[in-house]
Design a protein around this ligand. Structure first.
Ligand code: HEM
Length: 277
C-alpha cells in the first residue's frame, strides 16, 4: 500500500509546527472502491441489457452516443491536466492527478457502456488501448511510486565508476545546456531547469534544443539503465498508448460523424451524424 502522507516539520524549540501545504491524496482504498463500484455497475448493465429498451441496445443510440461523447471528453481531460502541469500552472499537482484519475475512470465507464452495447468492430481496438492505459497506470501507482521515491538522491551507476571519456562528453553537454539556458531563461539554474509550456511557446527552437541536450545527458548518465526496467519504461509506454488512443478516438469520431455511409455499409444510419459520405 502506498500512502503519501505529508510530514509536518516540528520546531525543536517547541514552537508551532510548520503547516504542511495542503496536498490532497488519493488512497489505494478509495481508488479500489471507485473501480469496484464502476465495474459492478458495468456488469449490472450487461446483465440487464437484454430486457432494456432499444436505446440501450445500440452504441449510436440517442442515449449511448451522447454518453460516449461525454465519456470521451472526460478521457481527454488528462491531456489538459498534463498541459496544466507542464505549464507550471498547478500549485497542487496532486489535485490535478486526482482529477486525472477520476475523469479517466468515469470516462472509461461511460465509453464502456457505449462499446458494450455492440462488443464488435474495429473500435474495439480503442477498448484494448484503454485497458492497457489503465493497467500501466495502476502498475505505476502500485509498484513504481515507491521505487521512484527510493531513486531520488541516489547516484546513477556510471557516476560511481566514471569513464573519463563519458565524463568529458557529459561536461560538453552540460556546458552547452548552460550556454543555451542563458538565452532561454537567464534566471534559471541548469541543475533544476526543465522547459515548460511557456518556454516551448515563447522559444520553441531553443526549448527543443534544450530538451534534446537534457535527453543526451540522461543517456550519458545511463539514467534509464540504472533503474528497474519497469520504472524506466512505464511512462514512455503509458504516453505512447495515450497518444495512440487519442489518434484512434479522433478517427472513430470523424468516421461515424462525417463518413456515416461508409461506417453503416448499407445498414440504416440510425445515429446522429453530420455527413453520410
Ligand atoms: C473511447 C471511446 C470510444 C470507444 C471505445 C468506442 C467504441 C465503439 C464500439 C466498440 C462500437 C461498435 C462498432 C460496431 O458495431 O461495429 C462503436 C460504435 C459507435 N460509436 Fe463509438 N466508441 C468511442 C467513442 C465514441 C464517441 C465519442 C462517439 C461520438 C460521436 C462515438 C460514436 C459511435 C457511433 C455513432 C457508433 C455506431 C456505429 C455503428 O453502429 O456502426 N463513439 N463505438
Amino acid at each position: 500500500m502506498i500512502s503519501h502522507t505529508n510530514k509536518v516539520r516540528t520546531d525543536p524549540a517547541g514552537a508551532e509546527p510548520d503547516k504542511p501545504a495542503r496536498r490532497p491524496d488519493l488512497s489505494d482504498r478509495r481508488l479500489l472502491a471507485w473501480v469496484t463500484i464502476l465495474g459492478l455497475a458495468l456488469l449490472f448493465y450487461l446483465a440487464a441489457k437484454p430486457g432494456l429498451p432499444d436505446a440501450w441496445q445500440r452504441p449510436g443510440s440517442e442515449i449511448l452516443q451522447p454518453l460516449a461523447a461525454l465519456g470521451a471528453a472526460l478521457l481527454l481531460a488528462p491531456f489538459l491536466f498534463s498541459l496544466g502541469k507542464r505549464g507550471g500552472h498547478s500549485k497542487a499537482p496532486n489535485r490535478l492527478f486526482i482529477l486525472h484519475v477520476g475523469a479517466s475512470l468515469l470516462g472509461m465507464f461511460l465509453v464502456a457502456l457505449h462499446a458494450a452495447a455492440a462488443i464488435k468492430g474495429p473500435p474495439l481496438a480503442l477498448v484494448g488501448l484503454l485497458i492497457l492505459l489503465a493497467v500501466t497506470g495502476v502498475v505505476a501507482r502500485v509498484h513504481i511510486s515507491s521505487r521512484m521515491a527510493a531513486t531520488f538522491a541516489r547516484k546513477p551507476a556510471p557516476f560511481q565508476a566514471a569513464d573519463p571519456a563519458v565524463k568529458a562528453r557529459l561536461r560538453e553537454v552540460i556546458d552547452a545546456k548552460t550556454a543555451l539556458l542563458k538565452r532561454l531563461d537567464p534566471q534559471a539554474s541548469e541543475a533544476l531547469f526543465s522547459p515548460t509550456l511557456k518556454h516551448f511557446l515563447g522559444a520553441p527552437l531553443k526549448s527543443l534544443a534544450y530538451a534534446r541536450l537534457a535527453r543526451r545527458e540522461a543517456q550519458l548518465m545511463g539514467a534509464r539503465g540504472s533503474v528497474h526496467w519497469l520504472q524506466a519504461w512505464w511512462r514512455p509506454v503509458h504516453m505512447a498508448l495515450a497518444w495512440l488512443f487519442l489518434a484512434g478516438l479522433i478517427l472513430h469520431v470523424v468516421l461515424v460523424t462525417l463518413f456515416a455511409g461508409y461506417v453503416a455499409d448499407g445498414r440504416e444510419i440510425y445515429w446522429w451524424h453530420l455527413a453520410a459520405w
